[in-house]
Write a protein that binds this ligand. Structure first.
Ligand code: NAG
Ligand code: NAG
Length: 255
């Protein structure tokens, strides 16, 4: 009897856990390590391999990270949000967690994995912007063990589309993406035939997506369809007006 009740209780708890994790949108905790960069100069973290040209102006602030090859996934991780906690190091860890956005790549180094080659494959590593690192560990630690999990990105306002490139190579930087945050597919649509249909864009680097030889899109209102790594798609119609300009940013809908 007692064990039957325990089993029912266990099943109920398991069902609740199953229901809870998709609801909170957080992934499972995984082990990794963290270091920091940009301690002397905040400009070191201002740009990066994800293509953001100013993470401060673009709303990511100091809570950013460069990811090792194993996590960066050739730029597919860009824009994703990670909750990180320093663990199992009572000397150097501070309590609490931070949430950072992947904005940069931490490249492999010609050094041993345990001595400077922290970002070498297959290591899971976060090279945190210095102010972010200081929230979870003491400066002198240098490198600390952490646990991390994917969490939904919280944003205000719509997805932002910053036009880049030129008439032969129309590109767009996609930022301020809520939810999964990391974009897996982008399509663009003009208003006049033959470009009044969805045209798939290619990932150029990080969150910069591009199409070639579609110069007729210049002078047409643009719509964008953005799909994130959780499989959700948001369509923003006529986000950019017909007189859109390279270098300008337009705001669409949000996840
Ligand atoms: C950081 O970048 C900004 C914008 O490009 C520039 O105005 C500033 O002088 C730079 N600061 C340093 C310390 O290089
Ligand atoms: C980022 O950190 C630097 C150094 O701690 C600080 O001066 C700056 O105000 C911070 N910026 C933001 C947007 O929080």
């Amino acid at each position: 009897m007692g064990s039957a009740f325990k089993l029912v209780g266990f099943l109920a708890a398991a069902a609740a856990a199953l229901l809870l994790s998709p609801a909170s949108g957080a992934g499972d905790w995984q082990p990794a390590h963290a270091t920091f960069y940009g301690n002397a100069d905040p400009n070191e973290s201002r740009t990066g391999a994800c293509g953001y040209d100013d993470v401060f102006k673009q709303g990511y602030g100091n809570m950013t990270a460069a990811l090792s090859t194993a996590l960066f996934n050739s730029g597919a991780a860009c824009g994703g949000c990670y909750e990180i906690q320093c663990v199992s190091d009572t000397q150097w860890c501070l309590p609490g967690t931070i949430t950072v956005t992947a904005t940069n790549f931490c490249p492999p180094a010609n050094k041993p994995n345990n001595d400077g080659g922290w970002c070498n494959p297959p290591l899971k590593h976060f090279d945190l912007n210095f102010p972010a690192f200081l929230k979870i560990a003491k400066y002198r630690a240098g490198i600390v063990p952490v646990q991390f999990r994917r969490v939904p990105c919280v944003k205000s306002g719509g997805i932002k589309f910053e036009m880049r490139g030129n008439k032969d190579w129309i590109a767009v930087l996609i930022f301020n993406v809520a939810g999964a945050g990391s974009v897996t597919a982008v399509s663009v649509k003009g208003t006049a035939a033959p470009l009044g249909r969805w045209i798939e864009m290619q990932r150029s680097s990080g969150e910069v997506w591009a199409v070639r030889w579609q110069s007729a899109l210049v002078g047409q209102a643009l719509s964008f369809r953005v799909t994130t790594s959780d499989g959700k798609t948001v369509e923003s119609d006529n986000v950019a007006p017909p007189n859109w300009q390279f270098g300008q940013t337009y705001e669409g809908k949000q996840f």
